[in-house]
Write a protein that binds this ligand. Structure first.
Ligand SMILES: *Cc1c(COP(=O)(O)O)cnc(C)c1O
Length: 403
């Protein structure tokens, strides 16, 4: 096999359409962070001037995050990302509630940060119900209502899916949870850039967000924890020093927290425009792909969907073969053996009618810097790669070690 040129951010030929995996830091985010590595390096817990300066900026960032989420700053707990926020929400709430409630409800297409944490809850003796999704990829509220038991303490349903972009009916789900007195957690890592994720309007009690999905730094995120009506109580999962009001110990990562705050400010400024722009580009992408591949199938519903997401299956073309042939376009496959060596697309497997073409699926994630020319270039390169991939022998059903 011939070696492909490594695409670099400066390579004008490279097209990045994988913004569900991660986004670049906005330059304003980076600039705001820089002083906190060097001159303003204080520990936010120190009581001297260096510490107070750091802590002032942490609180400013906390207020920015809270403003975007529509909550009080004291309801924000900084974490290392959405994975930790999901862990803290699920393990923290269930361990606190363990005497009264030992049952959690989630659904099959959650991110692994939720599903793997649910598996850990099961190992610890809790019970988990995994709701199915319909052909659109959405949870049915009547199924949720039927699944709630007297000992259900928590429902965790993601706001928007990271593979198929499908948006769950969070306000409807909240109504059911409220009526039954059950707490609602949502993973909003993908939703926050494009949708209004106001925790009051939606009636959410705990919500996870991630810095690097919203043009902020990697390794930072937050969990919103409702203080009143109802109060969400949780057991800390990280011990040592009682930071974050005892909910998450550890010296605060001041530069990243500052960066997260600026990323949230930028979302408030740009969300409407970004959403409209992404939707236009998504429509263009879908149209061009449908012209190039007349038998193309879209996975998940198009109406309740993140504007920047498209997930399609190309019948007869293995997406792993296609991506191997693809030059300078970053997209991801939802094949049974993903390149990261994980379990593959359990999301498409859970979607009625999508499972048969899961190995033929491609995920596109449009971003702030994506242009019409990027879309056109990506489609023509995909067409060229598909021509080669279509001639390749079918892969065996077994998952080999990813190349
Ligand atoms: C990326 C992502 C996560 C994990 O976030 P990290 O900050 O990388 O830990 C969790 N949930 C969803 C839906 C995501 O897209």
């Amino acid at each position: 096999m011939t070696a492909k040129a490594e695409p670099t951010p400066n390579d004008s030929r490279a097209v990045y359409l994988d913004h569900h995996a991660t986004t670049p830091c906005d330059p304003r985010v980076v600039n705001a962070m820089l002083p906190f590595f060097t001159s303003a390096f204080g520990n936010a817990s120190s009581s001297h001037a260096w510490g107070r300066a750091a802590s002032d900026h942490v609180e400013k960032a906390r207020a920015a995050v809270a403003k975007l989420l529509g909550c009080e700053p004291s309801e924000i707990v900084f974490t290392s990302g959405a994975t930790e926020a999901d862990n803290l929400a699920l393990l923290g709430v269930m361990e606190h509630a363990s005497r009264r409630g030992r049952h959690v409800i989630t659904q099959q297409t959650e991110h692994k940060a939720v599903l793997d944490t649910c598996a850990e809850l099961e190992r610890r003796g809790f019970e988990v119900t995994y709701l199915t999704v319909d052909a659109d990829g959405r949870v049915k509220s009547d199924q949720l209502a039927d699944a709630i038991r007297h000992d259900t303490a928590l429902v965790s349903i993601m706001w928007a899916n990271n593979e198929i972009g499908v948006v769950q009916p969070i306000p409807e789900i909240s109504d059911i949870c409220r009526a039954e007195g059950v707490l609602l957690h949502t993973d909003a890592a993908q939703a926050l850039t494009y949708l209004d994720c106001d925790v009051q309007a939606a009636g959410v009690d705990l919500m996870s967000i991630s810095g690097h999905k919203i043009y902020g730094p990697k390794g930072i995120g937050a969990l919103y924890v409702r203080k009143t009506r109802p109060r969400a109580r949780l057991q800390a999962q990280m011990h040592g020093g009682g930071h974050e009001r005892g909910r998450r110990s550890g010296t605060l990562d001041v530069p990243s927290i500052v960066g997260l705050g600026v990323a949230c400010d930028l979302i408030a400024e740009r969300r409407e425009n970004d959403s409209a722009r992404a939707l236009e580009l998504r429509r263009r992408l879908q149209q061009r792909l449908a012209t190039a591949f007349p038998d193309l199938r879209v996975n998940g519903c198009l109406t309740h969907r993140l504007p920047n997401n498209l997930n399609v299956s190309l019948p007869g073309i293995d997406s792993r073969d296609l991506i191997e042939q693809l030059e300078d376009v970053a997209i991801s496959s939802g094949s049974a053996c993903s390149s990261a060596g994980q379990d593959g697309s359990y999301v498409l497997a859970a979607l009625p009618g999508a499972k048969d073409l899961a190995d033929n699926s491609l995920r596109f994630g449009i971003g702030r810097s994506t242009t019409e020319a990027d879309i056109d270039l990506a489609v023509s390169r995909i067409q060229a790669a598909a021509r080669i991939a279509a001639r390749m022998p079918a892969r065996s059903q077994e998952c080999g070690v990813p190349a």
